[in-house]
Design a protein around this ligand. Sequence first.
Ligand SMILES: NC(=O)C1=CN([C@@H]2O[C@H](COP(=O)(O)OP(=O)(O)OC[C@H]3O[C@@H](n4cnc5c(N)ncnc54)[C@H](OP(=O)(O)O)[C@@H]3O)[C@@H](O)[C@H]2O)[C@@H](O)CC1
Ligand SMILES: [K+]
Length: 237
Amino acid sequence: MAALRTIGPKAAAALDEELMSTGAFSVDQLMELAGLSVAQAMYALSPPQQSPKILVACGPGNNGGDGLVAARHLHHFGYKPTMYFPKQTKNELYQRLRKQLEQLKVPFTDDFVSAAGKSDWIIDAIFGFSFSGEVREPFPAVIKALAESKVPVLAVDAPSSWNIEEGPPKEGPGKDYNPDALVSMTAPKPLIKGFKGRHFVGGRFVGQEIAEKYGFDVPPYQGSDQIVEYGSQGEKL
Ligand SMILES: NC(=O)C1=CN([C@@H]2O[C@H](COP(=O)(O)OP(=O)(O)OC[C@H]3O[C@@H](n4cnc5c(N)ncnc54)[C@H](OP(=O)(O)O)[C@@H]3O)[C@@H](O)[C@H]2O)[C@@H](O)CC1
Ligand SMILES: [K+]
């Protein structure tokens, strides 16, 4: 079977818009399913008995929102997540997601580097398909720490700081950043051509008709699974 088709950043943003307009989804619904699939990918990589301490790094956009949702599910799965969420907006959805975590006594930290050293896994939910340009403050130091991390990293939708079309940057803090695992939302982005780790696809909310319209494939999800594992390039395992 041929490798999964990819979806570029413009088409991914258009799909998002369509799902939330004519598709009649709310952003909360999509983010809930996206975050649940991130938590399932984490579980497939390493269950809480093996790696209880997960540091979840969240950016200011919907990629960060997926991380906030994933952390709540991880808590319920038996993990002990810690949050790094340095750039918070007044957006009401993010405030609710944060409050839900606080009610579960999930801690928030300002010190990414020291929290990373105490973790078993890190989830990179900093930037997704809307990332562009050079990494701005306060994230360069975080991306550099991810690049140098000895703790394994699961990236959500994109390794943060990678060019969505081209893949790993040739310079800057993410130059040597190669996460151990990636969970692509809905469909892989073209950047997977530079990716070598374990690769999952999640975000189980698109039907065949929409997938055809945007030129990607609906993965063969099994039963109630929210993820399917592929080879690093989207090839069938
Ligand atoms: N249909 C799907 O598949 C669904 C996908 N979903 C998820 O949404 C993700 C896309 O989310 P998105 O569009 O909100 O943007 P995202 O990638 O989080 O980043 C944007 C933020 O980053 C920032 N920023 C950008 N460049 C920067 C730089 N150089 N340096 C520093 N900062 C920079 C910029 O912030 P600003 O600096 O403008 O304040 C902006 O706010 C997608 O990847 C998937 O994970 C699900 O939740 C729902 C269904
Ligand atoms: K990411």
